[in-house]
Design a protein around this ligand. Sequence first.
Ligand code: AP5
Length: 622
Amino acid sequence: FSSAPSLSLSLSLLVSATKMLPNSPPTALHINNVTSSSPISSLSTFSLYPSPLSSLYSSSSSSVSSLSIPSPLPQQHLSSLHVHGHTHLKTSPMRKGLKIMCSQSEPLKVMISGAPASGKGTQCEMIVQKFGLVHISTGDLLRYEVSAGTEIGNKAKEYMNAGRLVPDEIVTAMVTARLSQKDAKEKGWLLDGYPRSFVQAESLEKLKIRPDVYITLDVPDEILIDRCVGRRLDPVTRKIYHIKNFPPETEEIKARLVTRPDDTEEKVKSRLQIYKQNAEAILSTYSNILKKIDGNHAKEVIFEEIDTLLSQVQNEKVKATKLGKSALQSDFGNKESWRGIPTRLNNIPHSREIRKYFYDDVLQATQRAINAGKTLLKVEINIPELNPEMDVYRIGTLMELVRVLALSFADDGKRVKVCVQGSMGEGALAGMPLQLAGSRKILEFMDWGDYDAMGTFINIGSIGDKEVDEQDDMFILVAPQNAVGNCIIDDLRAMTDAAGNRPVILINPRLKDLPASSGIMQTMGRDKRLEYAASFENCYLFRLLYYAGTQYPIMGALRMSYPYRYEVYKRVDEHSGREKYVILSTFTKRPNGDEINNAFEGKTGNEVKASGIWGFLSSILG
Ligand code: AP5
């Protein structure tokens, strides 16, 4: 259970000189054989002039001063400094426009996608400003080619004006050439609008070009159309405006604004349809690094979420570099062995990478739910090592998950109480659920980091109102459960009443009544107990799907990460002997067995009752 060693980082503070360079001379890009069937082979036909076209969107930085963080500063504080810089740099006069770059790690590689007008370009401006990445927008690259009247531009124009995708070989060659340039390699890149089809995604996969994180912006259709139709571009600064949402600052700017030819309602609808047709296929390539972001908010609110996410990814990369272990990559890191949901989940014990993927997945969902003001939360994660029904259950994995959550919140300055229920019952009947035996001792002996978090920011407790102290900010309850003849719910209710509006997070609770040894179920007050148990909202759920009564083979998975939808995946064997998970369907509410069966059978709606080979699923999802 060792935690990552503490870091003493040398951070480079780049006083922001990140100004867009709108008037940099663009590179001339020539292509001789745009009809080549192989997108990669056509690369060789390019001739690229030194000044990259996308210097239009790259940033310059100057006056680098170096700040050495003294080694006693604990790791968690360092990561806070990095991830939540605003907290710790609050009083710094340099805060505004301050860029923190970690010179020791690989630069960030980010993909951003979303429907037309979902706000990719708008967010990219802000990301570039903060993170100094090289922005590569296929739309902008193509529009430049069109306006410059190049061969590529002339070919692309007809497709773009019709709202259709430009042929893969043209776009792929442009992108891969741009990605291979020095500035993109050194500063990191932000790929906007590519890949847009499964073939494009596969082209990058073949070249082993993978991002650290794949962001999608979700916006309802009707809003997208309004955003497109109202969009205006400044041809001088290349800034994006909207006639209502973001009107130009001056009359002078207003007079020179232009409308994109593909921004008519009719063309937007066609672009949207094409986007939807392709989106899911691409998601299956990147689902392990996928971060969906609600794009229907003010642009600053959206950026705040992206900023936190990217800072976290960057921080993870620094840690991995510092530890010198490529295997210890974050869930955002490149995975050679699997894409999407981790594969080979029936191989026990789970690899460290797989465990880390799930810990981080749970952490992000929980953080989002707490940031949204939720207080009664539950996490249900049933990978084999965390499924008490299986004989491969490992208490250590549960404890590690709890530690990741607790340390992360402590890192944000919260005082976290980690609670394990004590033994229940009296006399000869006293006992503790087997799943929890010894867990409190394990928690006490675990490594809680180098800055003495245990006893200050993290405390161990039990379940009940007496455990709630004034200084506690939140409570993590480790697998609270009813035992035969004993019910934890009254203690739990007393505890949540005492906690008031402080978050209480149940990790893998089991709150259903269990029948006594006589086979009799305690019925008095049962409805109330179940109602109370149901008042905890899922902020994370993951379970594997099997045939009823079996634990092999894995047929698929059900996942939900707050605030996003429940996702049903099917496990698919690939020719290479590898496997992957493909999204079949999504649901706003937890799907029942019939709905999952229908998703597997390719049926939509609830009109069809589960039957046939997938009928097995109903029995495990009641
Ligand atoms: P591209 O330029 O990439 O177009 P797109 O994907 O349709 O995206 P948009 O540029 O329309 O929108 P955006 O998400 O950047 O939104 P924006 O920030 O501007 O591609 C154009 C064409 O090129 C394609 O149709 C295709 O033909 C071709 N192409 C490109 N890549 C290709 C590829 N890989 N393969 C093949 N062909 C390819 O915002 C939109 C508006 O909303 C603005 O007015 C903005 O001010 C406003 N707005 C933004 N955020 C908010 C907010 N939070 N609240 C309110 N308003 C907002």
